[in-house]
Design a protein around this ligand. Structure first.
Ligand code: ADP
Length: 190
């Protein structure tokens, strides 16, 4: 099974992706986590992207497309994967289509988690208080991340809608209720 989870920062993509990973043996591919690992390891790429993440801007399509192409080809993705944080631009979505086509693989679903923007500020502030490791979890950068989401990432939804692939869930419900909706979209009941 191959899925895309979409939604603005703080929508709960990571939480739902981790659950799907554990339940169905899929691999969660969080581009944000991959980039933060690069930064933590002080790799050349990490040093290049650190300021971009801290400002809430997007890393270039070329870098991200290459990262996902390499990652999805690894053996742990054979049973399937959940993309969390990719694609984030229409160009990335198109490149993903080409990539999957070449690998003779299909996408099973694109699930958009819809949330009320005001709630996102509360969630991100809570995450900052609990975890505090992310340079971009603060109100100022959050404003920019939302703006970037609206301008560059939200235009992907009509792209998948036109292909008849887009499903939406209400991310304002409890974690368990969102999970149950996702399961029903995927045709599995737990
Ligand atoms: P969020 O909480 O905003 O969903 P992520 O952990 O998914 O955060 O991503 C954090 C940051 O990593 C983004 O703000 C962006 O700078 C960078 N990033 C992650 N995925 C991508 C991508 N597909 N394209 C460009 N930049 C990305």
């Amino acid at each position: 099974m191959r899925l895309i989870l979409m939604g603005p920062p703080g929508a709960g993509k990571g939480t739902q992706a981790k659950r799907l990973e554990d339940l169905y043996g899929l691999k969660q591919l969080s581009t944000g986590d991959m980039l933060r690992a690069e930064i933590a390891s002080k790799s050349e790429l990490g040093q290049r992207v650190e300021g971009i993440l801290a400002a809430g801007e997007l890393v270039s399509d070329d870098i991200m497309i290459e990262m996902i192409a390499n990652r999805t080809a690894k053996p742990d993705c054979e049973k399937g994967f959940i993309l969390d944080g990719f694609p984030r631009t229409v160009a990335q979505a198109e490149a993903l289509d080409d990539m999957l086509h070449n690998m003779k693989l299909d996408l099973d679903a694109v699930i958009e988690i819809q949330v009320d923007e005001n709630a996102l500020y509360d969630r991100v502030q809570k995450r900052a208080a609990e975890d505090g490791t992310r340079a971009d979890d603060n109100v100022e950068v959050m404003k920019n991340r939302l703006e970037v989401y609206r301008k560059q990432t939200a235009p992907i939804t009509p792209y998948y809608k036109a292909k008849g692939m887009l499903k939406t869930v209400n991310g304002m419900e409890s974690i368990d209720d969102v999970a149950a909706k996702i399961d029903s979209i995927l045709g599995v009941s737990t």
